[in-house]
Design a protein around this ligand. Structure first.
Ligand SMILES: *Cc1c(COP(=O)(O)O)cnc(C)c1O
Length: 371
């Protein structure tokens, strides 16, 4: 069996930056959810993306949860959420006892449909917050989405878990809304093994988030609590991995783009193959290279052929409104996300892949068109 090719796996720096920061944490004995790596990782992310303030947290999911809390989302509130996403976008809405309303995608962006969003506002004018996702590192159409949200006075949260390093009209994704969320889970473009970051232009809100994330301890000697707290802070060891990874983010994006362009060159002319939409205002991070199939070859055929050769690939996220757990909630749209789910494939996008390995992948796929 040939060596396994992954969809996207951790890729530490050749220089060993991550270990240097971990070493420092050990030498200074800051093996805790606070310390220099945590502070510096927050500063470095803020500087990189151009945000006012950042809070390093234990996961992207925790960041979405505390963004909702900071936005004042609570029991009975309605939150608009893209249906085409990972469940981590939607779960925190339930943690806050709020009600998600799922919004469809469009083919132009694969992200939140403007038409569906406007229709949702007509139906639920009192909505508290809107979460927008930049799927697979492709930005949503932020100018239009922000315009609609402003008109209705809704708080905007950007789930940029998949889009670190991706820009919309030259501005970093995650910095448009009231809050932005990044994830450093193992499969993301850079990883800390697990972790997340909440960014905002509102420093007071970020200070409040750090407070909630450390058990909401009031400043008193005797462990005083006047609010519900969480244990959501990022560890100083983990933050060291993040600081090292951040140094190679641009390299990773370059390689991800190279992979996307390789696939486009090799597979772009196959009948019925359509690549994920890169719009003129979009500067993606190409986290995953995804295609949609409109011909006789189906996603299942590709995934099975690759799996036989020890190569990992995945379907597009299964929409939330099709999930048993979320089936009871309202969905606004015309079914574009269902079509993307049925016909889409995420191709192996691991940045450690060699040209020979990329060739291996494209040869297997091309064979399906020649039978
Ligand atoms: C990965 C991911 C998250 C969750 O991040 P974690 O750090 O794994 O909690 C949220 N939203 C999207 C779209 C993601 O891909």
């Amino acid at each position: 069996m040939e060596e396994k090719i992954y969809l996207a796996s951790p890729h530490m720096s050749d220089e060993g930056y991550e270990m240097q920061y971990i070493q420092e944490a050990f030498e200074t004995n800051w093996i805790s959810p606070l310390g220099k790596n945590v502070d510096e990782f927050e500063n470095e992310i803020s500087a990189k993306v151009g945000s006012q303030a950042a809070a390093a947290l234990s996961s992207g999911t925790a960041a979405i949860h505390l963004a909702l809390k900071a936005a004042g989302v609570g029991e009975g509130d309605i939150v608009f959420c893209p249906t085409l996403t990972f469940s981590a976008t939607a779960n925190p809405i339930i943690y806050q006892n709020a009600t998600p309303v799922f919004i469809d995608s469009d083919y132009e962006t694969w992200n939140m449909s403007l038409k569906a969003l406007e229709k949702a506002f007509e139906k639920y004018p009192t909505v508290k917050a809107v979460i927008v996702v930049h799927l697979y590192g492709l930005s949503a159409d932020m100018d239009k989405i922000m315009g609609i949200c402003k008109k209705h006075n809704a708080v905007l949260i950007e789930d940029a878990a998949e889009s670190l390093g991706a820009y919309y009209k030259g501005k970093h994704t995650g910095t448009f809304g009231d809050y932005g969320v990044f994830s450093f889970n193992g499969n993301k473009i850079i990883t800390t093994s697990g972790g997340g970051m909440l960014i905002s232009g509102n420093e007071e809100k970020i200070a409040k988030v750090r407070f909630w994330a450390t058990q909401a301890r009031d400043s008193a000697r005797h462990y005083q609590h006047s609010e519900l707290g969480y244990n959501y802070r990022m560890s100083n060891v983990v933050a060291g991995i993040g600081r090292g990874q951040l140094k190679v983010l641009d390299q990773r994006i370059q390689k991800k783009k190279y992979i996307f362009e390789f696939y486009k060159r090799e597979l772009g002319d196959l009948e019925g193959v359509q690549f994920m939409p890169v719009n003129e205002w979009n500067e993606p991070n190409y986290w995953l290279s995804c295609i949609m199939l409109r011909g006789k070859v189906k996603p299942h055929d590709i995934m099975e052929a690759l799996e036989k050769e020890n190569i990992e690939s995945r379907p597009i996220w299964k929409p939330m409104h099709m999930q048993p757990f979320f089936a009871e909630y309202d969905f606004i749209g015309t079914g574009v996300s269902e079509k993307l789910f049925e016909n889409g494939v995420c191709l192996p996008s691991d940045t450690k892949m060699t040209d020979d390995e990329l060739k291996r992948v494209t040869n297997i796929i091309k064979r399906l068109w020649s039978v």
